[in-house]
Write a protein that binds this ligand. Structure first.
Ligand code: LRH
Ligand code: MN
Ligand code: MN
Length: 430
């Protein structure tokens, strides 16, 4: 039996205060869209079918290497994190899956954890391995790398950990393994740039060989950090070459914060799709580097352009086009539940706006070399306020019309502050 954390009555009562205004806004938007030949119900159906996973590690307050500032009532283990993820999904109805990270989320009984999630209305998304940190009692350090380490025993340990993650994922019902390694160097000459990639490919192929038939291995690249001179899988070029070498089940994962400044991420998306290697996303926003800021908080237009490429990709499907969508953020100064509610809204909005692009007009303008009208086709859709569509889809699914107001009225965090043990001070995670 599903047991959701918030009172359905509270959601219904709060919704009742907003229903009339929503009907008016939805009606007005429906008439506006109809003038352009767009059926608002068809868009709403697409929005209702859209989902993005939330990261288990995003449920706790994040931090930097300087400090972490915990809040009262934040989760201290995977069970409490699941409960918070259930709150998010209960309110916004677009985040029905959680992406776990191991060994951070390790428990003794994964079958029971799967059931626990199901009882909260949640499933499991990609499992993430962690060979970028040492764990207590670990035999070989990752200080000099993991899948690309010089030492064969260290590489094997990293391979074994990834295979263990696959086994855990099978028990949870996942079908994707996301592999991000921090392997790289801080000094020129520290490691041979060619041979370190050879070692990575050799070790990664052992992980790949352990994938069940219906699984994918998502290779996540990142330009720098923790390595500040060179990183083994630093960019989409290294990522796609590795994915091509490994085989058809290996795809590339695009974390929006992992690129060089000003790089054209939407073009990377189009390129990866062109070669059938677009595997998924870690959504967040960035001002300077891998800032892990809330999605759409800095550059919502870029997020829209990414979704514009995804809608184009859907119209021109390549082999196995089925990208996984996930949030990957660090909530250092907000209540993580509020950040993920706001981010899920920003992500879904960009998806909805991309659906509103008049593709015929766009393609005709492109073919006619009519630059301004091609741009205007995108601009018109970007300028439409799609909030009523999202709110209506949420309300129909039993979620909240105003997610943040309802969350605050629920006093959820204050209640958890009474029940949960306090988190200690310290530095944050990556
Ligand atoms: C690396 C990363 C990767 C990790 C997560 C904690 O910066 O984006 O996805 O698994 O952060
Ligand atoms: Mn990431
Ligand atoms: Mn990152």
């Amino acid at each position: 039996m599903t047991q959701l954390p918030l009172s359905a009555d509270l959601i219904a009562e709060t919704n009742a205060c907003h229903e009339q205004a929503l009907e008016e806004d939805y009606g007005a938007l429906g008439r506006k869209l109809a003038r352009s030949g767009i059926d608002i119900v068809a868009v709403q159906d697409r929005v209702a079918a859209f989902s993005v996973a939330v990261p288990s590690w995003g449920a706790g307050r994040g931090g930097t290497r300087f400090a972490k500032f915990p809040i009262a009532g934040e989760p201290t283990n995977i069970h409490e994190k699941l409960e918070d993820c259930a709150v998010i999904n209960q309110l916004c109805r677009v985040t029905p899956r959680v992406s776990p990270h191991f060994p951070w989320d390790k428990v003794s009984d994964f079958a029971a954890l799967r059931e626990e999630a199901a009882s909260l209305g949640l499933g499991w998304d990609a499992v993430n391995s962690n060979t970028f940190q040492d764990q207590v009692g670990q035999a070989h350090t990752y200080a000099n790398g993991s899948l690309a380490a010089q030492d064969a025993v260290t590489r094997q340990q990293a391979v074994d950990h990834n295979i263990e993650c696959i086994e855990i994922g099978r028990q949870l019902g996942s079908t994707d393994l996301t592999v991000w390694v921090g392997d790289g160097t801080n000094f020129p000459g520290q490691q041979d740039l060619g041979r370190s990639l050879d070692r990575y490919l050799d070790a990664a192929s052992k992980v790949y060989a352990a994938l069940p038939d219906d699984w994918r291995m998502l290779l996540e690249h990142k330009m720098f950090e923790p390595a500040f001179y060179s990183t083994v899988i630093s960019d989409w070029g290294s990522s796609i070459l590795a994915a091509q070498e490994l085989g058809p089940k290996a795809k590339c994962l695009v974390d929006l914060g992992h690129h060089a400044p000003n790089v054209n991420i939407e073009q990377i998306v189009a390129r990866l799709h062109r070669f059938g290697k677009l595997g998924g996303f870690h959504f967040n926003d960035s001002k300077y580097g891998d800032d892990d800021l809330d999605s759409g908080s800095i550059n919502p237009h870029q997020l829209f352009l990414v979704f514009n490429e995804l809608v184009e990709a859907e119209l021109n499907p390549r082999d196995g086009f089925n990208p996984s969508y996930m949030i990957d953020q660090s909530h250092n100064v907000t209540d993580p539940i509020e950040s993920m509610l706001s981010s899920a809204e920003a992500i879904t909005s960009c998806f909805a706006k991309a659906l509103l692009v008049d593709r015929e007009a766009l393609h005709a303008a492109q073919e006619a070399n009519d630059t301004m009208m091609a741009f205007q086709a995108l601009r018109r859709a970007y300028n439409i306020d799609v909030a009523p569509i999202l709110a209506k889809a949420r309300a129909v699914a039993g979620g909240a019309i105003d997610v943040l107001e309802t969350y605050r009225l629920s006093q959820y965090r204050a209640r958890k502050a009474q029940e949960r043990k306090a988190v200690g001070l310290g530095a944050g995670i990556v």
